[in-house]
Write a protein that binds this ligand. Structure first.
Ligand code: SAM
Ligand code: SF4
Length: 315
């Protein structure tokens, strides 16, 4: 396991239709891991279990206060083998925090952007403003933070955006990844026919660009180069699951560790830690969940549907 996704909160200032319930019930604050608890767990993941990359996520991580401080504190783990600290954000608060995050040593940022039409953006995000996210992207680039764009494509919602998004990414020279809609939304919107598959996304791209596939790596996305210049990735979790090569684990804001987005397996690290568990105990719990992870969760759970949604799991 090389990559840890660390959720700082289940809260969010957006209500994306493919993620968040319309009226979310947030976790109780005292159940949320403190920065000290996060640091303690992160140290175990890095120094004892070989994690090299930490992605800070949520909910919307930047609605939590002092994220730059946490980034700086986690930076101390670079001595123990940590190589990257990244943030996934909806970008709405990035203009405010980009400079502090870069100063704290953040390596890069992924911004979710599913539409370039202000009206559709507002509909998808439940009231978000496209201008805020674009300003966030601009600010991050200005302070030298590498930015990648993530875009969930849903048939009948924003599938017309494949080419406009690709054109924009091409003009802006921004790496873009399309993500297939996964059955992890809280509203029951997901159905197989709403998934715009990798094959369909490629066919749309080929209407306008020369699309050259790169060799597949361990990355969840398969990459293509448009007109020999801009890289576009497609994360085809539904049409082409990559369980066998996945090396990510997920820690929720309330301290539960999930080995996989679709896994019923978990262990409650916060409970163990607050009950006095030491580093050996926590390491053993993490190890047990990680080694019990097997491939093929996706195929099973599309039918069974996991009850934990993306805003809790962190994507
Ligand atoms: N709020 C941040 C954001 O939107 O980037 C971080 C958390 S969000 C849960 C992480 C990623 O999960 C985003 O890229 C989002 O688009 C993606 N996501 C959420 N629900 C999804 C779903 N049902 N299918 C596919 N991707 C989803
Ligand atoms: Fe919030 Fe991100 Fe989920 Fe949208 S995808 S509701 S921005 S957590």
């Amino acid at each position: 396991m090389k990559k840890l996704r660390l959720s700082l909160t289940d809260r969010c200032n957006y209500r994306c239709v493919y993620c968040m319930p319309e009226c979310p019930e947030w976790g109780v604050k005292r159940e949320i891991l403190t920065f000290e608890e996060i640091e303690r767990l992160a140290a175990i993941f890095v120094s004892r279990l070989g994690v090299e990359q930490i992605r800070i996520t949520g909910g919307e991580p930047l609605v939590r206060r002092n994220v730059a401080d946490l980034v700086e504190r986690l930076g101390a783990l670079r001595r123990a083998g940590l190589r990257r600290i990244s943030v996934s954000t909806n970008g709405s608060l990035l203009a405010r925090y980009a400079r502090d995050l870069a100063g704290a040593g953040l390596n890069d940022v992924n911004v979710s952007l599913d539409s370039l039409s202000a009206g559709r953006f507002e509909e998808i995000t439940g009231g978000g403003r496209l201008g805020d996210t674009l300003a966030g992207i601009e600010s991050a680039r200005k302070v030298g933070l590498p930015v990648k764009i993530n875009s969930v494509m849903i048939r009948g919602v924003n599938d017309e955006e494949v080419l406009p998004m690709a054109r924009w990414a091409y003009q802006e020279n921004l790496p873009l990844r399309f993500i297939e809609f996964m059955p992890l939304d809280s509203r029951g919107l997901w159905s197989p026919d709403k998934v715009l598959s990798e094959r369909e996304i490629i066919a749309k791209l080929q209407q306008e660009f020369a699309v050259l596939a790169e060799a597949r790596t361990g990355d969840p996305a398969r990459y293509f180069v448009l007109n020999g210049r801009v890289r576009v990735g497609i994360i085809s979790t539904v049409s082409n699951p990559f369980c066998a090569t996945c090396d990510r684990i997920r820690l929720t804001a309330d301290g539960r560790l999930f080995p996989c987005l679709f896994s019923p397996l978990k262990t409650d690290l916060k409970k163990a830690m607050r009950a006095g568990g030491d580093a050996d105990d926590l390491e053993a719990r993490i190890f047990a969940v990680v080694t019990a992870k097997s491939s093929g969760f996706l195929e099973r759970s599309v039918e069974q549907h996991t009850h934990v949604s993306m805003h809790v799991l962190g994507g």
